[in-house]
Ligand binder design. Structure first.
Ligand code: SF4
Ligand code: SF4
Length: 219
């Protein structure tokens, strides 16, 4: 950050660091389809994510619904690198509107407050509410905070439990995305990223054998 900076240079760097989290005041943008659910991804409570407040990667204390990245990149899906600009500028989320990298007080004050949840977004859709509830019931996230420690104590048992979990997760997703194209498109919003992806930063790499996944410890 440039200490002499007093206004936005429109460099776009903030948009390449990841899409913004949505807050309650952004609900109308989603309701009106200005930000469709297929362009959202959910970070479930307990997942590890970068916190701009502590500037560390740590377990999230609340569910965060945010704008998707582009492919495998973190860059916000609404960022146009050729224009170095936002393609939904007039309808961008509140977190984007208050972002001033040279004076982050206002945006930091918003972090973790009044976050929009999946249930609020799908509040009028009974089927989606049921699917999210069922998923949260059958696919509880492991305790990522203590995973490295418990892995050292009893690696075989932990890996066996995690393999059960990642296969249950994938079976659930396969079943429900087959129900409709819309659920398929909105999978990352409805259920977040598959658990096997969340395990990779912990050195657990998914391998496939037949129609099952198993985990290999990366040395
Ligand atoms: S807020 Fe800062 S990082 Fe974002 S576009 Fe403006 S100058 Fe660049
Ligand atoms: S919505 Fe626009 S301003 Fe906000 S992160 Fe995405 S590209 Fe940047």
């Amino acid at each position: 950050m440039d200490k002499k900076q007093t206004s936005c240079k429109q460099c776009g760097i903030c948009c390449t660091k990841g899409g913004a989290a949505l807050h309650n005041s952004d609900l109308t943008l989603v309701d009106q389809g200005l930000i469709p659910r297929k362009n959202l991804v959910t970070i479930r409570k307990g997942e590890f994510a970068y916190s701009p407040v502590t500037q560390r990667v740590e377990a999230t204390e609340r569910e965060i619904v945010k704008l998707k990245g582009t492919g495998r990149e973190w860059t916000c899906c609404y960022y146009d690198p050729s224009l170095r600009g936002c393609t939904i500028y007039d309808n961008r989320p509140v977190a984007c509107g208050v972002l001033k990298c040279w004076e982050p007080k206002e945006s930091l004050a918003l972090v973790g407050k009044d976050l929009l949840s999946r249930m609020e977004i799908v509040r009028h859709d009974e089927l989606l509410k049921e699917l999210i509830t069922e998923y949260e019931h059958i696919c509880l996230l492991p305790d990522f905070k203590s995973l490295s420690e418990t892995m050292l104590k009893s690696p075989k048992e932990i890996i066996a439990d995690l393999e059960v979990l990642i296969n249950r997760d994938i079976r659930f997703r396969d079943r429900v995305v087959a129900q409709s194209v819309k659920i398929l498109e909105e999978e990352l919003f409805l259920f977040g990223r598959p658990v096997f992806q969340l395990l990779q930063p912990f050195g657990l790499v998914p391998m496939q054998s037949g129609n099952k996944l198993f985990l290999k410890v990366q040395k």
